[in-house]
Design a protein around this ligand. Structure first.
Ligand SMILES: NC(=O)c1ccc[n+]([C@@H]2O[C@H](COP(=O)([O-])OP(=O)(O)OC[C@H]3O[C@@H](n4cnc5c(N)ncnc54)[C@H](OP(=O)(O)O)[C@@H]3O)[C@@H](O)[C@H]2O)c1
Length: 293
């Protein structure tokens, strides 16, 4: 994964991926490497909050496109430390976007369903107005705004409820708990769009990096919607575990963070450009379990 060679003309791009050690970033680097020249960077390469380091790295690498996955994704941590949340997710994104704009690179920013308040009562499209309930959601929205204001050719891609082979996730936690427990308590009154990082990485590679759609804001998630409890039950059933799910309300769950009650995402802008959405979340979950064995 180097950017040492000059960028060839045509489809092949030089792509810089931040947060490359993270759950999505790692899958994305692997998938993108099949067609593009990819450099994955993480905190040890440069901290996105350090403006000079970001500028130097970008000027040295001169990618055609930056995919900014790096973020502080600890939702409860963000709630407890808003200053750090906005530093990493708002200011950090500002730095990376500004540096990308400075070298004329296009920009892909990963955002979240947590920018919505969940009051709509049905799936959110890209045309709905954000209204985050949490510090994490507000800090990611600040990142979206930085990208829109700084980089002419940008893609803001909102996804949701990610799980993948490379990182801690809700699905992994449930499966781990099931080794020791007969019952797990899971919130049943929050709905969303669980999304497998492999599916999202492939869609980012083909549709966004591959240039099949015009710049702008996109929702990319596995199809369908469910509650955390539904997701836990399906994961346990598919994995052949006997652990029961005790369905509880969000009010019963001990967390400092207000999460949207209903934030499934609909990929309306892909639909409008004739690009099919991702497969159902249940099918994706089968593939995830096959991948992790
Ligand atoms: N997880 C979800 O459910 C979800 C849903 C929707 C959207 N997203 C968005 O999708 C993207 C990827 O999510 P993910 O779950 O794959 O994240 P992740 O596993 O937490 O990975 C994020 C990566 O960013 C790095 N990072 C954090 N702060 C940094 C900084 N200041 N400078 C440089 N690197 C930094 C982290 O390094 P350390 O580990 O060393 O901190 C980590 O490797 C994020 O932008 C996230 O907001 C996630």
């Amino acid at each position: 994964m180097t950017l040492d060679e000059p960028s060839p003309q045509g489809k092949r791009k030089r792509v810089l991926v931040t947060g490359a050690r993270g759950m999505l970033g790692a899958d994305l680097c692997e998938v993108l490497s099949a067609e593009h020249e990819v450099r994955g960077v993480d905190v040890e390469d440069f901290d996105v909050t350090h403006v000079a380091a970001v500028g130097e790295a970008m000027a040295a690498d001169r990618p055609d496109m930056v995919v900014h996955c790096a973020a502080w994704t600890d939702v409860d941590g963000c709630e407890r430390d808003p200053e750090r949340a906005f530093l990493h997710n708002g200011w950090g994104t500002w730095n990376v976007a500004q540096a990308a704009a400075g070298i004329g690179a296009s920009f892909v920013y990963l955002s979240t369903d947590f920018v919505f308040d969940g009051e709509k009562g049905e799936a959110y499209t890209e045309f709905d107005a954000p209204n985050p309930l949490s510090v994490y959601g507000a800090s990611k929205l600040a990142g979206e705004e930085a990208v829109r204001s700084l980089v002419p050719r940008h893609y803001v891609v909102r996804s949701a409820w990610l799980y993948g082979a490379r990182g801690p996730s809700f699905v992994r936690t449930i499966l781990e708990k099931s080794v020791e427990r007969e019952e797990v308590e899971v919130v049943a009154d929050q709905l969303g769009s669980p999304t497998y990082t492999r599916d999202l990485a492939r869609a980012l590679a083909e549709v966004i990096v591959g240039g099949r759609v015009v710049p702008g804001t996109y929702h990319i998630v596995n199809s369908g919607a469910c509650s955390w409890a539904d997701l836990a039950e399906e994961a346990l059933r598919l994995a052949g575990r006997r652990t029961r799910v005790k369905r509880i309300s969000a009010a019963e769950w001990d967390t400092p963070t207000r999460r949207p009650a209903c934030s499934p995402l609909r990929s309306r802008r892909l639909e409008l450009q004739g690009v099919p959405g991702l497969r159902d979340w249940q099918k994706a979950l089968v593939s995830y379990l096959e991948e992790v064995g």
